[in-house]
Design a protein around this ligand. Sequence first.
Ligand SMILES: *[C@@H]1O[C@H](CO)[C@@H](O)[C@H](O)[C@H]1NC(C)=O
Ligand SMILES: *[C@@H]1O[C@H](CO)[C@@H](O)[C@H](O)[C@H]1NC(C)=O
Ligand SMILES: *[C@@H]1O[C@H](CO)[C@@H](O)[C@H](O)[C@H]1NC(C)=O
Ligand SMILES: *[C@@H]1O[C@H](CO)[C@@H](O)[C@H](O)[C@H]1NC(C)=O
Length: 542
Amino acid sequence: MRTSKNIVLFTLIVMNFVDQPTPEVTIEQGTLSGRISANGLVFEYLGIPYATTNQSSRFKEPFPPPKWEGVFRATDDSTACPQDNFLVIRGTEDCLKINVFVPVYAERPLPVMVFVHGGAFFLGDGGKVFYGPQFLLNHDVILVTFNYRLGILGFLCLGIKEAPGNAGLKDQLAALRWVKRNIEAFGGDSNRITVFGVSAGAASISLLIASGKVDGIIHRAIIQSGSAVAHWSITRKPVWVASYVLKSLGHDTKDPHELYNILSKMSSRELAALPHEKPLEPYLDTQLIHLPCIEKPFPGTESLITDYPFNLFKKNPTNISIIHGTNSEEGLFFVAYDEEEGIKHRDGKFLMATDLEFETCEEAVNVSKVIHKFYFGDKRINTESIMELSELYKHIHFEMPSIIESEIISEVSSAPVYNYYFKYFGKRNYLKLSLGFDDSEGACHGDELLYIFDAMFWPFKIDDEDKLMIERMTGMWTNFAKYGDPTPEKTESLPIKWYPSSKGKIKFLHIDKNMSMENDMPSPEAYRMWKDIYTKYYRTKL
Ligand SMILES: *[C@@H]1O[C@H](CO)[C@@H](O)[C@H](O)[C@H]1NC(C)=O
Ligand SMILES: *[C@@H]1O[C@H](CO)[C@@H](O)[C@H](O)[C@H]1NC(C)=O
Ligand SMILES: *[C@@H]1O[C@H](CO)[C@@H](O)[C@H](O)[C@H]1NC(C)=O
Ligand SMILES: *[C@@H]1O[C@H](CO)[C@@H](O)[C@H](O)[C@H]1NC(C)=O
């Protein structure tokens, strides 16, 4: 098999077919052709419009995609949605493009994996500079990546029909519907669609599942370090956000219609340049502001999130199989970001977020004291408390929400939920290494990504240990996409059985140099404390 692949590849190179057009594919919108990857192993169809958006659909669900005559050249994945990536403002408003990567030599129909990129809901795109397909495609699956609207363009939420909220999530839903309708033309199996994503991408998937709108479209989901029930997945004061960001331009209004009038006339560049962080506050919410919201429904438009996700999961029991997990040192990313000012600010402030609701301030103070004692003992919070703060961030932003969400889903779902805890530290933990935490153990937020994607921006030679981790991650992820079971049989690289969690009993696969199944929570005492707090104070009534 390998030899015949090599012969065909050799022939392609000799005949100079590499970088040549792919076979043409005809979808609902028309005929398109992509190009063959430089290594000759992938048909790449890049930058296909899956929906459209312009100033008249701004802040709302997107329009259907365009149709065309002739052959569309799908060879450009460089379009991004408008965003301020700290150095430059880039992107164009009509950015709803999708990329399809198909292995040249593999028996069809192929299972399909759709990736929802992360980036805190205001950064990122689906391009292959980051999300290179080869590691996954080695296992004979189709990979799909795409862009969705970001920042205020994706998440303005004013409770009026011109800006009902969640436009970015509606783009994601449009992308998934596009895949369901069109993927067979590329050799994909429209009955084996797995969606996976990291961070904001994971929270998005989780919100889409909670909405009940993706049942019957997708079959499996991998939710990596994000969840709909986390405090940072939903903004609780969306109109304030619009008012706050426009203050920077000298406007002073809280009226949704006035806010809309100003924002609808600005250029997409000006919108991307608006602030995407709020000042530090007494509660421990992140500083992110352009977030999904709970929508007020309007006739004639499709709303997605109409209640707290916690309630939606129970209202819309899903039958989607799920992998849900987090990393062992998620919090490092946040303490690095905090710097001195943010760390000092925490001392004496509340150590929980506004997803909790207290009858009296005294009660909130008491709960905060319990949390302080747990993480910091009798010490005050200062620049020496970085590792303790990192632990707190990890638990409150990721680990506890992931576990609590898994508990709710496994309670109501008929399909399995698999949980993992990623601890591996190799040479491709790009975030931890970029942040300079070279000598601490474990994996930071996002550190599993480069064991799944061969990013062009990380061009270092891959050593044998990292190769094994890539083999394990892509092996389990693609097994799940193929069979709904990440470890259908023991193999040399995966000598372990990953058991799903069951009602009331979450189990974890620890992913490291040694793989192991653990019945205990990764942080049992923290879990008991937070579970108790959430049970008493979690805000679930509108
Ligand atoms: C926006 O796109 C839609 C659908 O393609 C089109 O009907 C409409 O005329 C466009 N509006 C503007 C202002 O370009
Ligand atoms: C899951 O639910 C959807 C929508 O209700 C339904 O179309 C589909 O057949 C269900 N799949 C399974 C495996 O039960
Ligand atoms: C807060 O803690 C104090 C001291 O332990 C206690 O006296 C008080 O009743 C608590 N208040 C509430 C509302 O729990
Ligand atoms: C991994 O497993 C081997 C064999 O069981 C053991 O000797 C080694 O100490 C383990 N390493 C870690 C990091 O747990």
